[in-house]
Design a protein around this ligand. Structure first.
Ligand code: PGA
Length: 248
């Protein structure tokens, strides 16, 4: 299903309500969560839902999708820091896991992370953003659909985009949950906002299913929700009649 919301804030709110429904149904749900600009409104909405005691997160188990290799947790560019800033410092203690940032042996940490996910039975719900190159997590174009959690070399377009934030020392390696691990989730929600993502949204969900566009694999998932804002939806709404599976 694709749902077009008015703006990025509403996309975030919509994603937060899906998390809320999941936690009401199963308080100890295992939930994969993304970082980046897109999910910030979702975290703001979750914090409000927790503050108003509509949802309780103490039993939830959150796993981040990815983390850069070579940064300490205290580094403001790390995703561990991002999570602390946008969620963890604002709600009661939750069970949260993220690949270790400053590990000397990233391959071993990637394997261990996959095992930690497996140990709790995989993801009940997986929230995703999408890169302009079609990546999900840090599964860049060309990543096999059979990949589990692994060390990823970032695509030049991702490095270029990140250089706006990092300056010269942009990390080029990350640990990411793999495509197979994502696809095993019981349900998946992908968020995309802004005109910058309108082309890749069309390629990913109305184009060929191919490792060249990693997010396209999600077309095969039986329980997928795509949340987009009006700016991002321009390319798909202009030719909506061609799209057989769009369920507005
Ligand atoms: P963004 O990143 O939300 O900062 O655009 C999304 C992603 O790369 O998954």
């Amino acid at each position: 299903m694709i749902k077009i919301e008015k703006n990025s804030k509403m996309v975030g709110f919509s994603a937060a309500t899906i998390i809320a429904r999941q936690l009401i149904k199963k308080p100890n749900s295992v939930i994969a969560i993304p970082t980046g600009t897109t999910p910030i409104p979702m975290y703001e909405a979750i914090v409000k839902l927790v503050e108003h005691r509509i949802i309780f997160t103490q039993k939830a188990r959150f796993f981040n999708l990815d983390e850069y290799v070579g940064l300490t947790r205290e580094n403001p560019m790390s995703y561990a820091y991002y999570m602390k800033k946008h969620l963890l410092s604002k709600i009661e203690k939750v069970q949260h896991d993220i690949p270790s940032t400053d590990t000397r042996n990233p391959e071993e940490e990637a394997n261990n992370y996959e095992k930690r996910i497996e140990k709790v039975g995989g993801f009940d719900l997986c929230l995703l953003g999408i890169g302009v190159d079609g990546h999900i997590g840090f599964n860049e174009p060309g990543t096999p659909f059979s990949s589990i959690t692994h060390v990823a070399h970032l695509h030049p377009s991702t490095i270029k985009r990140n250089s706006k934030e990092f300056g010269k020392t942009v990390p080029d390696i990350a640990i990411t949950v793999g495509i197979k691990t994502i696809m095993k989730s019981r349900s998946i929600v992908l968020m995309a906002t802004g005109t910058e993502k309108s082309k890749i949204l069309k390629d990913a969900f109305w184009g060929e299913v191919t490792p060249d566009v990693p997010a396209s694999v999600l077309q095969l998932h039986p329980n997928l929700t795509v949340l987009v804002d009006e700016k991002c939806a321009t390319e798909i709404t202009s030719s909506a009649n061609d799209f057989h599976w769009m369920n507005l």
